[in-house]
Design a protein around this ligand. Sequence first.
Ligand SMILES: [Zn+2]
Ligand SMILES: [Zn+2]
Length: 106
Amino acid sequence: MTIGTCQVCKKEKDRPLSVDKCYSCLKEEHIDAVKEEIANGETTSTYLEDCVFCPYCGDELNNIPMDDNHAELFMEGEYEWECGACEKVFLVEVHVTFSYSTERKD
Ligand SMILES: [Zn+2]
Ligand SMILES: [Zn+2]
């Protein structure tokens, strides 16, 4: 990890050594790439992504709010989800991972 100027947003940020873009620009680029693949029919499903992509129109649900309307998206399982953009219903499989940190108490 290194600090450098991102070539996309021109901000000084942490970025991977080998790339000249920051993590948030890389993420946006990835989201755009997935959307494009869905839009042109190259892909009809997404796997282990950070956000929920509609497999019909590519609309993405990013930074999912932790409220009652989105409660299922925080629980392990498979759910039917209606796309907010094209209103088609698709399946979302939610993977929940846990990690642990510890420290001495005294
Ligand atoms: Zn950037
Ligand atoms: Zn959709």
